[in-house]
Write a protein that binds this ligand. Structure first.
Ligand SMILES: CC(=O)SCCNC(=O)CCNC(=O)[C@H](O)C(C)(C)COP(=O)(O)OP(=O)(O)OC[C@H]1O[C@@H](n2cnc3c(N)ncnc32)[C@H](O)[C@@H]1OP(=O)(O)O
Length: 195
């Protein structure tokens, strides 16, 4: 049974959106077959980020991706509230319900455009799976989830930046390098940052 405190937690976005996704539109192959609704184990849950996830190790998961600095629970909740109010951030996580712990995450950010008839472009950000859970299709599961979500929400394309060694991983999910149009360029303002 869930506690009162858990019931009072907010979702970053409407969790019922995840029930509407058509995984079979994705070229990704799952063996055995899994989806965000049926992730293969009763103790695995794919859902939007919740306001209580600070205490479920959400930031520890992100620290396996890059440096996150010192973030207090208040700072986390303020950022959560900003993202929720804006409505364009779909941080999606995988929880291990046995341990009450976040074990994976991926973020869909929607950029509103004037071009393409005031279209919406999707960006895939901050994909990570806890290192003790890797190699079990969970990376593919969380990426396909937010990829299908972007399509469901009407985005005209989704793009990402990644290290060379992950190109094969993203290709297996349907992402392609567009000839003559796949350069990634950066100008850093945080010259001290370790990435
Ligand atoms: C847009 C971005 O955010 S890019 C940043 C990506 N994140 C990171 O680099 C953080 C550290 N890495 C991770 O968290 C994980 O290794 C992830 C998320 C990349 C992959 O998670 P996993 O749960 O291990 O992936 P999963 O088990 O679903 O693997 C899917 C397929 O990709 C392949 N794959 C997974 N990781 C890698 C890798 N690092 N290099 C090459 N292939 C890989 C697997 O072999 C598997 O292939 P198969 O379908 O032929 O069997």
């Amino acid at each position: 049974m869930s506690s009162n405190k858990e019931e009072q937690e907010l979702y970053l976005y409407d969790p019922s959106l995840l029930l509407k996704l058509d995984f079979y539109r994705s070229p990704a192959k799952f063996n055995p077959p899994i989806t965000c609704v049926a992730p293969g184990e009763p103790w695995l849950k794919v859902r939007p980020l919740k306001s209580g996830d600070y205490r479920r190790g959400f930031l520890q998961i992100l620290s396996q991706l890059t440096s996150i600095g010192e973030i207090s629970e208040v700072q986390f909740l303020n950022r959560f509230a900003e993202m929720r109010a804006k409505g364009d951030y779909y941080v999606t996580v995988i929880e291990d319900l046995r341990k009450n712990k976040i074990i994976g995450s991926a973020t869909l950010v929607i950029e509103r455009k004037f071009i393409h008839s005031c279209g919406n472009r999707a960006h895939l950000e901050d994909v990570v799976v806890d290192d003790t859970y890797r190699g079990k299709q969970l990376g593919k599961l969380i990426v396909v989830t937010v990829t299908c979500l972007a399509e469901y929400l009407g985005c005209y394309k989704m793009s990402l930046e990644c290290k060379d060694k992950l190109i094969a991983f993203y290709r297996s999910i349907g992402y392609v390098d567009e000839p003559g149009n796949s350069n990634s360029m950066t100008l850093r303002y945080d010259k001290q940052a370790n990435l």
